[in-house]
Design a protein around this ligand. Structure first.
Ligand code: NAD
Length: 499
């Protein structure tokens, strides 16, 4: 059986803890590899060598660091097919979707090529008599990223790109469910010129995460994953004095107004609800049509589209709309929630429970489900399902629909479909959610804007990528300077005011 280890000091190394997790091929259900789960001692040793290597990298001029990013982009494009194949085989998503995963990470690396511009400090000439004042952005030192299974290329790159471009060493603890791509990214960064020890990829589970949270040399932690783990990491990391930002789960609502283009809305919902088997934090999982007539028209358009969806392994090529979910446990959890929806009185309009793919009976495939007449007290509404299940909550008015998005504990993304500019503008202004789409179902901001939710979808300050990421991975230092030739005024006993 293939064994997947860690990337430490510029090389692949085997784990020494003796603990492993299974890595599945979700399409067949077979175990395809064992991934090492690092011990606290392994994690601490990797942090120690990262801390030793960091000062030289931090002192490397930002343009040289940016050139490493530039070369990394070239290598990502060169190896796109290889990376996508590895990603799909462990995650299960289709090859075009895997390429999208890599591409949206690559775009953040492209943004990081602008590090020299982003890291420029501020300068005030003659802030007082003979006094200049300036600020600089310095790296934190060693930063760490803990990332989820659902974007094994994009989210590691969202974290490591800005952290490295800012001059930090970086410890990546990727998901143990699809660990191969992060290791391939590390090898490409070495090829691009990143010095050894500056990026360490440590595979593991709670033990290695706890070791990151408690290691005094780790100054900043970026986490992406489910909300309970986000809350835990935020609490423990902050109480250990670290800078922490955690991005959690989601329940994204899409409001469909009576004046919406119903074909456009239905197409958008099918792509956003079922793409990647619903395993996206920006997936739409709740449709909120306004008015029964709108709801009936929408459901009538959704049913044939959903029934036509092609579910299959990534190896079946471009014909497949979505693949399996990541593990048997994920599949069991989704189907349990579907049963709860039926038991709690929702109408299962499209029933994917009997889905079976010939030749892939042991794969983790889940058929598409559509619920109508869902109410806010139901588990399928309250909980993140993270599967191909779309719930419809009927609202009588726009205000009621807005209220559903506002009152839900998650606030990652939301969308409105309408032709009315006033309504769209009102929605964008009032809704308490971080990322808003207007006739756009998955409003993931591009690399030069920032990504982040509100409410229980994010903990801590500053968003991912864009200018916020350069703030998160640096500390500001402000210098007030006067040279001996400046004005001499003797001892000052009052708090100084600049003339
Ligand atoms: P997860 O929370 O199970 O795991 C995320 C990371 O935390 C992994 O690296 C995992 O090894 C680690 N981890 C798991 N249990 C832990 C524990 N008890 N203690 C310490 N560390 C632990 O999430 P997942 O299933 O990999 O990913 C899916 C979740 O991520 C969904 O909730 C999804 O909405 C969310 N997500 C959010 C965003 C966002 O930007 N808001 C983006 C992608 C995914």
């Amino acid at each position: 059986m293939k064994e997947i280890g860690h990337w430490i000091n510029g090389a692949l190394v085997a784990g020494t803890s003796g603990r492993f997790a299974d890595v599945f091929n979700p399409a067949t259900g077979e175990v395809q590899a064992h991934v090492a789960l690092a011990s606290k001692a392994e994690l601490d040793a990797a942090v120690a060598s990262a801390a030793a290597a960091q000062p030289k990298w931090g002192a490397t001029n930002p343009q040289r660091r940016a050139r490493v990013m530039m070369e990394f982009v070239r290598l990502l494009n060169r190896d796109m097919d290889k990376l996508a194949e590895a990603l799909s085989s462990e995650h299960g998503k289709t090859i075009p979707d895997a390429k999208g995963d890599i591409q949206r990470g690559l775009e953040v690396i492209e943004y990081c090529i602008g590090a020299p511009q982003m890291l420029k400090g501020e300068f005030t000439d003659s802030a007082g008599p003979g006094i200049d004042m300036y600020s600089m952005r310095q790296p934190i030192g060693v930063a760490a990223g803990i990332t989820p299974f659902n974007f094994p290329a994009m989210i590691p790159m969202w974290k490591m790109g800005p952290a490295l471009a800012c001059g930090n060493a970086f410890i990546l603890k990727p998901s143990e469910r699809d660990p191969s791509v992060p290791l391939m990214l590390a090898a490409l960064l070495k090829e691009a010129g990143l010095p050894d020890g500056i990026l360490q990829v440590i595979n593991g589970d709670k033990e290695s995460v706890d070791a990151i949270l408690d290691n005094p040399d780790v100054g900043a932690i970026g986490f992406v994953g489910s909300t309970p783990i986000a809350e835990y990491i935020y609490g423990r990391g902050c109480s250990n004095g670290k800078r922490v930002q955690c991005f959690g789960g989601a329940k994204n609502h899409m409001i469909i107004m009576p004046d919406a283009d119903m074909d456009q809305a239905a197409d958008a919902l099918v792509g956003a609800g079922y793409g990647a088997a619903g395993e996206r934090c920006m997936a739409i999982s709740v449709a909120v049509p306004v008015g029964d007539e709108t709801a009936d028209r929408l459901i009538a358009k959704l049913i044939p589209r959903i029934e036509k969806l092609k579910v299959g392994p990534y190896t079946a090529g471009n014909d497949v709309d979505y693949g399996p979910v990541v593990t048997a446990a994920a599949k069991a959890n989704i189907l349990k929630l579907v049963e709860s929806g039926v038991a709690q009185g929702a109408t299962l309009v499209v029933d994917g429970r009997g889905f079976n793919l010939q030749g892939y009976e042991d794969g983790f495939f889940v058929g598409p489900h559509l619920f109508d007449h869902v109410t806010p007290d139901m588990d399928i509404y309250r909980k993140e399902i993270f599967g191909p299940v779309l719930s419809t909550v009927r609202a009588k008015t726009y205000e009621e629909a807005l209220g559903y998005a506002m009152d839900h504990e998650y606030g990652n993304g939301t969308a409105i479909f309408t032709r009315d500019g006033d309504t769209a503008r009102d929605f964008a202004a009032r809704v308490n959610v971080g990322m808003i789409g207007i006739n756009v179902p998955i409003p993931v901001p591009l690399a030069y804007h920032t990504f982040g939710g509100w409410k229980k979808s994010a903990f801590g300050d500053l968003n991912q990528h864009g200018p916020d990421s350069f703030r998160f991975y640096t500390r500001t230092k402000t210098i007030t300077s006067r040279w001996p030739s400046g004005i001499k005024e003797g001892a000052a006993f009052n708090f100084k005011q600049m003339d």
